[in-house]
Design a binder for this molecule. Sequence first.
Ligand SMILES: Cc1cc2nc3c(=O)[nH]c(=O)nc-3n(C[C@H](O)[C@H](O)[C@H](O)COP(=O)(O)OP(=O)(O)OC[C@H]3O[C@@H](n4cnc5c(N)ncnc54)[C@H](O)[C@@H]3O)c2cc1C
Length: 387
Amino acid sequence: MGNETESIGIAGAGLLGRLLAWQLLLRGHRVSLFDAGTRAGVDSAAWTAAGMVAPLSEAVVSERPVYDMGLFALAQWPLWVNQLESEHTLWHQQGSLVVSHPQDEAELSQFHRELQYVTETADGYQWVTRPELHDLEPDLSDRFQRGLLLEAEGFLNNRELLSQLLTTIERLGGDCHFECPVNVDEGILYSAGQQYRFDRVIDCRGVGAKPQQPAVRGVRGEVLHVHTREIVLHRPVRLMHPRYQLYIVPKPDHRFVIGATQIESEDRSPMSLQSSLELGSALYTLSPAFAEARILEQPVNLRPTYLDNNPHIETTEGLITVNGLFRHGYLLAPAVVKQVLAEIAGEEDTPFARFLQRPIPNASQGAGHLSSEPLSQEPLSKEPAHD
Ligand SMILES: Cc1cc2nc3c(=O)[nH]c(=O)nc-3n(C[C@H](O)[C@H](O)[C@H](O)COP(=O)(O)OP(=O)(O)OC[C@H]3O[C@@H](n4cnc5c(N)ncnc54)[C@H](O)[C@@H]3O)c2cc1C
């Protein structure tokens, strides 16, 4: 289609659907957006997510292109949020801090070694001493002897971002349909006996695509939201532990998000007692000031994931399927959106094209069916882990 504008139907108004709708409208396309859930997006993984953009933290559990796309995200998110009108700060970039209790120091040292190995440089992170830790986060427990500051990492006020994206989409003339589940085909969306025809359809339904795309699976994640005025944090903090790794992300209005479990299950039922105890007690060991924090929410959702835990874009005439952002949605979305926009514009490949356009892995075909690039080695344990 090249420079021509198109009519585009987008299935799914989670993270990818909203970003793509916004960017396509800015490029003059006519966009209709359909979601099975509500305007707020509470059913999307994007709503449940902590919103961290943490390429170094993720580098040790991902393939190299995930790290490279994460670096791209660190440059792209500030540009994007500057174009959105919000009275709230949507993007924070003061790094993140990784700590461990003295008895778990081996975990922190191992994380450091893995960072060195994966990134091949010492750029972007540094050890901080106990007094430096205190300067960075005065309210953290003084039990931490040292920490790793991952300097460039950032995080989003993701729920406000989703809201602002929708406001902007509607202001730009996007045609939005909520509580309207759809099935997809080339150039067609089907909903409740109706057919909607477009030049092109983009399938961004995350785990909701599974009935039509069995290769997608959901990976359960549980988080705690607490409220307290007893402690202030300026950046995400990760606590290394032999059995689980907790992160805590400061959000507006004295709210903190603590997460997250990573469980091979598509069960969306409420948080288990074990997860609640483990997240809560790890939080308390980060600082006893959390003892009186009030639990506001215990949201649970599924991360949309392919067999290799990597994102994939599949393009046929009239249909682009984009899925599998797993635990890295906010980290990968800028690069994934750039690639989809490039495909629609008929532009040259982006630097991430080769990685994103690899065939979607299918369990029955075996790894030999894939390209020779290595699969992620990330273990998906039943134990809670961080994302
Ligand atoms: C607990 C947890 C913590 C996370 N933390 C982070 C983090 O800190 N940083 C990070 O980068 N990533 C994080 N993620 C991952 C991130 O949330 C996802 O990768 C991202 O949201 C995927 O985006 P998506 O648009 O593909 O899917 P989603 O955001 O899930 O959106 C899919 C949308 O499709 C809609 N839909 C489903 N079925 C249909 C249908 N039939 N018709 C129409 N609409 C439909 C859904 O209602 C939903 O709105 C986290 C995820 C979880 C669960």
